[in-house]
Design a protein around this ligand. Structure first.
Ligand code: FES
Ligand code: FES
Length: 439
């Protein structure tokens, strides 16, 4: 099948792969995909591991940070490249979407592998791909000791939904779906739970790699000497002692290797477990109007409280304090939300914009100017929230109908009854913005 329409799901058992190597490696302090592992860059080890399985391809490597260096590090491997322009934002979703767009349209599924998981066993990858071929499940994910890990196989049926995810969402939106649609495959491979995020993780993985190499060499020595069972005197080459030594190294290495990986997996799982914070104040850094103010707030503090009480941004009004009036509307990553219903601690890295940031310097936002021109306020208490809802509408829809405007402010309560003028002002602002764009 040759089509670029991703909504058409191919009837194919072809499994491709997407390997993520675009991020900034902030926690590591060095660029992870190019860290050496057994004489080759880590990302190359990950690709080799996938390709050693056989029957998986093509492999698309997503680059971003240090793109050219990654490309030249993989020059000898048969891979395709995709570039994530948004790599600096550090969100995995944009890399996944870039990789998926570069997949052949006839792939029935793809393995999503992290560039910092070079020691996942090829047998694990094969098991996941085979499980997908056998079951046709929407998603096939490995679990180790009951916890889900990577790599994950996604059916191409996921692709339209995956590409439609907004930048403020994560892959969890797909992974948290009905458990019946996800095949969880228990694997005896702790590496599926291990990311190499810190120099300490890297040290451990280096040790694992060394032991794995020792084990491989020992096994090769055994395979090279099929006369191992004969009396020592009748054999040439490897002695009984040598054979036992080799087998011992192999068995011990397996135990040590899995033990080391399991240790990292457990430590990372613990680090990922919910942390108890509070009840005292905790330090928060908000991303607000191109600044990053630090505040101390109790975990129970709402965003509205922090904006008004800690940052003195009192343009955001609190009226009902229970999500019923929208007077407290602000933007989180461009989406209007009730700040009285959002805990400040949950804002994370999302960009906050309040009514104080709506104007562009001295120039009012067209909606603000139109509200003044159309006299769309009386007491003004609902007005900041009303303005944010209307501005949010015009961000999403540059040519709204009367019904669109009415829907956009249906949660904004105005006790003074300014609605007709709010509708007129918003429609006029839309026209003004279109005119300015066309000018
Ligand atoms: S004050 Fe937040 S919805 Fe009313
Ligand atoms: S202008 Fe008074 S509540 Fe809306």
């Amino acid at each position: 099948m040759r089509t670029d329409d991703r909504s058409i799901v191919p009837d194919s058992t072809t499994v491709a792969a997407v390997v993520l190597a675009a991020g900034l490696s902030t926690r590591m302090g060095q660029f992870k995909p190019l860290l050496p592992l057994g004489g080759a860059p880590m990302v190359a080890r990950g690709v080799e591991s996938i390709q050693s399985v056989g029957g998986i391809g093509p492999v698309v490597v997503v680059t971003g940070h240090q793109s050219e260096r990654v490309r030249s590090a993989l020059a000898d491997l048969d891979v395709r490249f995709a570039y994530n322009e948004a790599y600096e934002q550090g969100e995995m979703l944009s890399s996944v979407q870039a990789g998926v767009r570069a997949l052949p349209t006839d792939a029935g599924a793809f393995v999503l592998a992290l560039g910092d998981q070079p020691v996942v066993k090829p047998s694990t990858i094969r098991l996941l791909a085979d499980t997908w071929r056998r079951t046709g499940a929407l998603i096939v994910a490995p679990t180790y000791e009951g916890r889900r890990g990577h790599p994950i196989v996604f059916s191409s049926r996921c692709i339209p939904e995956l590409l439609a995810l907004h930048s403020n969402q994560t892959l969890k939106a797909l992974l948290d779906r009905d458990p019946n649609e996800i095949a969880q495959v228990p694997v005896d491979d702790p590496a599926v739970r291990v990311d190499i995020d810190t120099p300490q993780d890297y040290e451990c993985v280096l040790r694992v790699w060394q032991r794995r190499s020792q084990r491989r060499e020992a096994m090769e020595a055994i395979m090279d000497h099929p006369d191992q069972g004969k009396p020592d005197s009748t054999r040439s080459g490897l002695s009984r002692r040598g054979f036992l030594k080799g087998a011992g190294v192999s068995a011990a290495s397996t135990v040590l290797l899995d033990g080391t990986l399991a240790g990292i997996a457990e430590a990372q799982a613990k680090a990922g477990e919910p942390r108890v914070t509070g009840p005292g104040a905790v330090a928060l850094t908000l991303r607000l109007h191109r600044k990053a103010p630090r505040v101390e707030a109790e975990p129970r503090a709402t965003l509205a409280q922090v904006l008004r009480d800690e940052l003195d941004l009192t343009g955001t009004k609190v009226v009902c304090d229970r999500g019923a009036c929208s007077a407290c509307t602000v933007f989180l990553d461009g989406t209007p939300v009730c700040s009285c219903m959002t805990l400040a601690i949950d804002v994370g890295r999302r960009q906050v914009k309040t009514i104080e940031g709506l104007a562009d310097g001295e120039e009012l936002h067209p909606v603000q100017a139109a509200f003044i021109e159309h006299d769309a306020l009386q007491c003004g208490f609902c007005t900041p929230g009303m303005l944010m809802s209307c501005a949010g509408l015009l961000e999403r829809n540059s040519n709204p109908t009367f019904g669109d405007v009415r829907n956009a402010v249906r949660g904004n309560l105005c006790r003074c009854g300014t609605y007709p003028k709010v509708f007129d002002a918003t429609l006029a602002a839309a026209k003004a913005m279109a005119h300015k764009k066309g000018a």
